[in-house]
Design a protein around this ligand. Structure first.
Ligand code: NAD
Ligand code: MN
Length: 352
């Protein structure tokens, strides 16, 4: 049976990295793709970053594959003008995607391409679990000529469900291996009331449901420092929107999931479709040059196959093809080489 995938190329390098991703997906399975305007491209055509029609199409899909949105053309500080990022927030809210999963596992072939020394990053294998629909992004906003405010609020229920996602992920990551599961909850509890509730609720849930998993609370400032000095000490990092942490940009995929159902591997599944996208943005500085690294987009498609569609062997095929291409020497410009999008695509396809 063919799966229906809505694709949202968005802006900048978006269309350039989506196209080869569809080629790659067609090499591993049978999919039906339905493309829609999103972000700045949708603002140009319809005056809004996400139309009802596109949101409804996403709701009907088995999964949504998104590249990136934004660019100088739509940069504005006027609160009454539409902005591309409103599309992202609208999708998360509209699809109920409260959990964003960002795995960070540098491939041995790329140790030398990292700005961090090899002995620092060797063995790093962590997962950032980030709350997506509560907090400051969705709180009430006010703006006058001389004053602006964004309300940051979290309910116990919002904190509990994302914490459950993090503990569940830590449990699954340790099963069958020698690794001792650990969750590092990142907050700003020395200053923020929301962070103090966050800490309390996470601790209570931990004691009640996940006492076998190690839990530590880390202030975001300290977490940022530890993450570059000893990344391998982390397993699952639980964070809210404002405290997010990321690593090197051209390689990082993400999955956003919601709902209460479970996908085949037991990860938080979605009643409806999940959203799969690279962590990076639309890279307007290199758009149109053919230099974009498509690997984060490819790995996002692999996360879609795994978390969104339950196609385990297809997901593994994509991941190992990316790894194989890198082992064989593939390096795009952001990784210190000279391969463009086209060569990168060919190198990965050759390893399928
Ligand atoms: P960016 O991630 O687009 O780019 C940061 C730097 O990394 C740039 O030098 C870019 O050339 C490089 N880069 C990013 N992805 C790359 C890739 N696949 N291959 C090679 N190089 C890559 O972040 P930015 O410059 O801060 O933002 C640019 C635009 O993207 C802005 O409009 C911003 O709002 C938007 N943005 C969108 C998302 C999203 O769609 N989820 C996320 C972040 C930023
Ligand atoms: Mn993104």
């Amino acid at each position: 049976m063919s799966h229906l995938i809505v694709t949202l190329p968005g802006d900048g390098i978006g269309p350039e990295i989506i196209e080869p991703t569809l080629e790659l997906l067609e090499a591993v399975g049978d999919f039906e793709f339905q493309e829609h305007l999103f972000g700045g491209a949708s603002i140009d055509a319809h005056g809004t970053a996400l139309t009802d029609e596109v949101l409804n199409a996403c709701k009907r899909a088995d999964a949504v594959l998104l590249a990136a949105v934004g660019g100088p053309k739509w940069d504005t500080t006027d609160p009454s003008e539409p902005r591309p990022e409103q599309g992202l927030l609208g999708l998360r809210k509209g699809l109920g995607l409260y959990a964003n999963l960002r795995p960070v596992k540098p491939l041995p072939a790329l140790y030398e391409a990292s700005p961090l020394r090899r002995e620092r990053i060797e063995g790093t294998d962590l997962l950032v679990v980030r709350e997506l629909t509560g907090g400051i992004y969705f709180g009430e906003k006010t703006r006058t000529e001389d004053f602006a405010s964004d309300v940051c609020g979290y309910s116990r229920e919002e904190i509990e469900r994302i914490a459950r996602t993090a503990f569940g992920a830590a449990e699954r990551r340790s099963s069958g291996g020698s690794r001792k599961p650990k969750v590092s909850s990142v907050d700003k509890a020395n200053v923020l009331e929301t962070s103090r509730l966050w800490r309390q609720v996470v601790s209570e849930l931990h004691a009640r449901e996940f006492p076998q998993i190690e839990l530590e609370h880390v202030l975001v400032d300290n977490a940022a420092m530890q993450l570059v000095s000893a990344p391998r000490d982390f397993d699952v990092i639980l964070s809210d929107e404002a405290a997010m942490l990321t690593g090197s940009i051209g390689m990082l995929p993400s999955a956003s999931l919601g709902g209460d159902t479970r996908s085949p591997d037991g990860s938080p599944g979605t009643g409806g479709p999940g959203l799969f996208e690279p962590v990076h943005g639309s890279a307007p500085d290199i758009a149109g040059t053919g230099a974009a690294n498509p690997l984060a987009m490819f790995l996002s498609a692999a996360m879609m196959l795994h978390h969104g569609l339950g196609l385990e062997s297809e997901a593994a095929a994509v991941e190992s093809a990316v790894e194989g291409a890198l082992q064989a020497g593939l390096r795009t410009a952001d990784l210190g080489g000279s391969a463009g999008t086209k060569q990168a695509t060919e190198a990965v396809l050759a390893n399928i």
